[in-house]
Design a protein around this ligand. Structure first.
Ligand code: FAD
Ligand code: DLZ
Ligand code: SF4
Length: 521
């Protein structure tokens, strides 16, 4: 029996389910297609990363003697879509069946579901067993629980995998060391440099192709430094474990102007395309703790991100799609401001995060959640608009992981399926966790007035606008108690300033010229 085995750009693992039991009669199909590069206009680095990793992976398979039919994006006759390329490949190879692995996006699953009928060839879609919790297991865990909190899921995953367990006891006597993981960076603190990966000919060719074909997409290729092979991804993992993991916990939430990397692993792009497996990454981190090379708060904090959050958002995505993406619990309908693309804003925190996003296709979790995500939440940006932005601009973005993080965690559009309350915060949070505010034209201490930090009046305006939806949430009791104490005149000022800001854009820096002059000195 001859099988045509389809491997997608985020399925670049030698042990991907579709390859199980492959024989010499089978053909692996990999296709570079225009539709995948433009259904959202991905950051240039993401396109270069995925296509370069695909080409390297195909070479690796061919090196093992596997027959790979690889269609490049500029190959003559390339139809530009998965369905079109599969149809052409079926004509070339006349297979008895198609084998693929469960994709990372609902959009692609819908295409796959049509293939058997359209082509008259049996199509087998295998479970993606690179994840540590299958869709069925997650659905079983969710059952008819009222609340699907990550923390309880994570405990189950610790028990199931034995990670950070001593027999049936949790390592260190606690499930979670988050309380120790909220330190700001000391002023002028230097974290390690990012691990660099010299580009080979395949990557250089692709960078030229991306510049030529997708030159008008967001971002720059100048700082392209992502691992594109498993070998390099393992080096990136080594670098993280030795240089960054020991401090990962302490500074996990810290933000520093001009340095988005801090002590983060930068492993999500490699994990999400399959160059690394979640279990091997978790085991390496656990080993570092067991050997005394990293403290437990760091290792537990890191493992929780992968074993907990990563698996949880994937489970939630497949449990709730397609309806999940359509909810808009806070009835948010504003357009995405242009500065998300241009970084032209006087808000120093937002400018820094968007600049890093542009330069590196990267920002760390708290930057995504508490700066750009928090702004979108407070400003009431239409979910689909901000979601398309997150999906386009990060090297690690795929719908299964981007959507729950944005829709559920950052903007509360799911009405509380994922988070027990919105992650809404005023400028005080950003000030506590970063060094941004000292160099900002706005005054983080001011709630209203020309130089008031927009996160302040937008935060209070958010509470006011959503009072009927959120004030009964017990976790919002404190902010609403504070709001109740606010004099009506102050409320009115806040609402007026928020309205003016949201309708007319930022007040020009004019009123702040004096402060700018001081900062320039
Ligand atoms: P580290 O901080 O080093 O964390 C280690 C690993 O844990 C990451 O590589 C990642 O695999 C995993 N992880 C951490 N947090 C999460 C999380 N909340 N959900 C899933 N996995 C997590 N992550 C993506 O991989 N793709 C996305 O498209 C994406 N979009 C996001 C959008 C928003 C609005 C927010 C708030 C978060 C998003 N995240 C996304 C989660 C998180 O921000 C990134 O995984 C992380 O910043 C990647 O950088 P890192 O590898 O240095 O992570
Ligand atoms: C992200 C991406 C890009 C830019 N290009 C391709 C491609 O040309 N061929 C391919 O197989 N995959 C690509 N990908 C990854 C897919 O978008 C991803 O596999 C699906 O969205 C399913 O998660
Ligand atoms: Fe951001 Fe406000 Fe601080 Fe400026 S003052 S950096 S806008 S939080």
């Amino acid at each position: 029996m001859k099988s045509l085995i389809l491997i997608l750009g985020d399925q670049l693992s030698r042990d991907i389910a579709a390859l199980d039991g492959a024989t010499r009669d089978d053909i692996v199909l990999m296709v570079e297609v225009a539709e995948e590069t433009t259904y959202v206009r991905h950051h240039k680095q993401k396109i270069a990363l995925v296509l370069s990793a695909m080409r390297h992976f195909s070479e690796e398979l061919q090196g093992e003697g596997i027959d790979v039919d690889y269609v490049k994006v500029d190959a003559p006759g390339n139809s530009g879509s998965f369905t079109g390329e599969l149809e052409r490949a079926i004509r070339r190879h006349r297979p008895d069946r198609i084998i693929s692995t469960w994709p990372g996006e609902w959009r692609v699953l819908e295409m796959m579901r049509d293939w058997q009928q359209s082509f008259g060839v049996p199509v087998e879609i295998r479970e993606d067993d690179r994840f540590l919790c299958s869709r069925a297991e997650f659905a079983h865990w969710a059952g008819d629980r009222k609340s699907l909190r990550m923390e309880f899921f994570y405990r189950e995953m610790r028990r199931k995998t034995g990670l950070l367990m001593d027999g049936d006891r949790r390592a260190g006597g606690q499930w979670n060391f988050d309380a120790e993981n909220r330190k700001a960076l000391p002023r002028g603190h230097l974290s390690p440099q990012r691990r660099r990966f010299p580009q080979d000919e395949i990557t250089r060719d692709l960078m030229a192709l991306v510049e030529g074909r997708f030159g008008d997409h967001f971002g720059t290729l100048e700082n392209f430094d992502w691992p594109v092979t498993r070998r390099d991804a393992l080096l990136a993992l080594d670098h993280f474990i030795t240089e960054c993991l020991p401090f990962f916990g302490d500074f996990q939430d810290a933000m520093q102007a001009g340095n988005a990397f801090v002590y983060h692993s930068l492993l999500s792009p490699a994990l999400n395309i399959g160059l690394l497996q979640p279990m091997e990454v978790c085991r390496r981190a656990e080993l570092a703790w067991r050997k005394g090379q990293a403290p437990l708060n760091a290792v537990e904090g890191f493992i929780r991100q992968i074993l907990g959050w990563r698996e949880y958002v994937r489970g939630l995505y497949w449990l709730k799609m397609p309806g999940y993406a359509r909810t808009n619990a806070l009835e948010a309908h504003r357009r995405l401001p242009d500065f998300y693309w241009t970084a032209q804003t006087n808000m120093a925190c937002v400018k820094d995060v968007i600049t890093s996003t542009h330069d590196h296709a990267y920002a760390h979790h708290i930057q995504r959640l508490m700066v750009t995500g928090n702004f979108a939440l407070l400003a009431g940006i239409e979910p689909a608009e901000i979601e398309a932005w997150y999906l386009a601009v990060y090297a690690d973005a795929y719908d299964w992981v981007e959507l729950p993080n944005t829709h559920g965690m950052a903007i509360f559009a799911d009405g509380g399926v994922m988070a027990s309350k919105p992650y809404a915060a005023s400028g005080a949070y950003i000030n506590r966790m970063s060094d941004y505010c000292g160099s900002c034209l706005y005054n983080v201490k001011a709630r209203t007035g020309t130089d008031a930090c927009p996160f302040n009046f937008l935060y209070w305006n958010f509470l006011i606008e959503n009072e009927h939806r959120l004030s009964r949430n017990p976790r919002m009791a404190m902010p609403y108690k504070n709001l109740a104490r606010m004099p009506p005149a102050e409320r009115e000022k806040i609402v007026a300033q928020a309205k003016s800001f949201l309708d007319n854009g930022e007040p020009l820096a004019q009123a702040n010229e004096e402060k700018q002059a001081t900062l320039d000195l």
